[in-house]
Design a protein around this ligand. Structure first.
Ligand code: PRP
Length: 221
């Protein structure tokens, strides 16, 4: 097929990923003409008639791309590790939407002593895969409690001894009398491409993937 006429779908989530991806698309000469914060549309047109953007939950981006409902997308390393990455080609760390994944506890909880004594901790998190691997690598036995948001609440009401969550400014931890006790990993967002689309739509995808690569290098310190 003529690359110019191949329709492409890009999956993004609202917020930082959307806002930080926008200038990268602009580098490829593509503007997203509607704002997902004000529009209720889930399919947004762009100035490229062959490229549309779908707006999905951050945790759903890898799923849409895995099944080919979107050809490519932008997702955080946190989300990709939980998803597992099946069916996804991950060519590029976009170096955007930086934060870190950390273990945090209430300021009054002596985490170091609990670890030293081999206590069996209860840990609440949305990131059970990452948390499981982290504590297993430390040789710690933990009971994981899966939550879907507001993890910071769990230690305050006795649901858990610790949480594994994303930390950016640290403001949410401070506001809830929690402290970071271990950084598990640095997080940023990556480009993900459907493996079949990469082969079948290579010519159409190439200018966009190149633009992402160029702007990522331009952003590098
Ligand atoms: C994230 C994370 C923390 C908060 C950390 O939540 O889960 O709650 O941001 O940011 P801070 O260190 O700057 O306070 P987010 O607001 O992205 O919502 P979510 O629960 O949907 O992930």
């Amino acid at each position: 097929a003529n690359a110019a006429n191949v329709p492409l779908t890009l999956a993004l989530s609202k917020g930082r990923i959307f806002e930080e991806t926008r200038p990268m698309l602009a580098a490829a000469g593509v503007e997203i003409t509607e704002d997902p914060e004000t529009s209720r549309k889930l399919i947004l047109p762009t100035t490229n008639p062959n490229l549309r953007v779908i707006v999905v939950r951050a945790t759903d981006v890898p799923t849409y791309v895995q099944y080919g409902a979107a050809d490519f997308g932008v997702a955080g390393k946190d989300v990709l590790l939980e998803h597992g990455g099946a069916g996804l080609y991950q060519p590029l760390d976009l170096d955007i939407a930086h934060c870190r994944m950390s273990v945090a506890v209430h300021v009054d909880f002596d985490y170091a002593s609990a670890v030293r004594q081999g206590a069996r901790l209860r840990v609440a998190t949305k990131y059970v895969q990452v948390a499981r691997e982290h504590f297993a690598a430390k040789g710690m036995h933990v009971d994981l409690i899966k939550l879907y948001g507001s993890m910071e609440l769990a230690p305050l009401v006795g649901l858990a001894d610790a949480i594994v969550d994303l930390v950016s400014s640290g403001g949410t931890l401070r506001a809830n009398q929690l402290v970071e006790v271990e950084e598990i990993m640095q997080i940023s967002s990556r480009l993900v491409v459907n493996q079949a689309a990469l082969k079948l739509k290579r010519a159409a995808l190439a200018p966009l993937l190149d633009a992402f690569a160029r702007t990522t290098r331009a952003n590098a310190p």
